[in-house]
Design a protein. Structure first.
Length: 219
């Protein structure tokens, strides 16, 4: 039985990923910051264990992972977004998006690596976004952080590969999650038209990709 930790696990892609790993028989832990009610429901539904944690804070991350113990699979999914023209984005907001989306990923990786290096095995899957590759208007902070996730993944994969630890990245397109509820039906239709399948993705489809990359089939 693998020990799996998923950040941002109380909703959206994170919750779908919790369900996916739990259904496979893994011991699943997930971190969340604010959605306590959703976290409790997910615990009851799946048997996973939720821990409230602001992953941008090093002490909080270290405390959470000390309680969890050794980790076989880490899924860095937590992320926040700011929709505004750059002139309306404060330095405080930019730093907060960077702290959660990038620094949080960094801290969680550091928290699990000592155990993975001792075992000479483990898998890390980081969730980015297509906007990290092509950029999104009025999402400068989010796009910048998701581009950083991709670069971080490439660098860490090279560093840890010789130690038997695999590091991969899933950069979903537009997914039907709470993060995208601000989009109008017309916006969603336009985005769907730009995809080969002409539809919006589901959290379950993203979770399937994450689970594959974390599994032996992707060795």
């Amino acid at each position: 039985m693998r020990r799996v930790v998923i950040t941002g696990g109380s909703r959206g892609i994170g919750a779908a990923t919790v369900r996916k790993f739990a259904a496979a028989g893994d011991q699943v832990y997930f971190l969340y910051e604010k959605s306590t009610e959703l976290a409790r429901r997910l615990e009851q539904e799946t048997g996973a264990v939720g821990t409230q944690c602001d992953i941008s804070q090093e002490d909080a991350v270290n405390q959470a992972f000390q309680q969890i113990g050794p980790v076989d699979v880490l899924v860095n999914n937590a992320g926040i977004v700011d929709y505004n023209p750059i002139n309306w984005v404060s330095a405080e907001t930019f730093r907060r998006v960077m702290d959660v989306n990038v620094t949080g990923m960094f801290l969680c990786c550091k928290a699990v690596l000592s155990g993975m290096l001792q075992q000479q095995k483990g898998t890390i899957v980081n969730v980015s976004s297509m906007w990290g590759r092509v950029g999104s208007s009025c999402e400068v902070a989010y796009s910048a952080t998701k581009g950083a996730v991709i670069a971080f993944t490439k660098a860490l994969a090279k560093e840890l590969g010789p130690s038997g630890i695999r590091v991969n990245c899933v950069p979903p397109g537009t997914i039907a999650t709470e993060m995208n509820r601000r989009l109008t039906a017309e916006d969603l239709a336009a985005l769907a038209e730009e995809t080969p399948l002409e539809r919006i993705g589901t959290p379950e489809e993203a979770a399937q990709a994450i689970a594959f990359l974390a599994g032996d089939e992707a060795s």
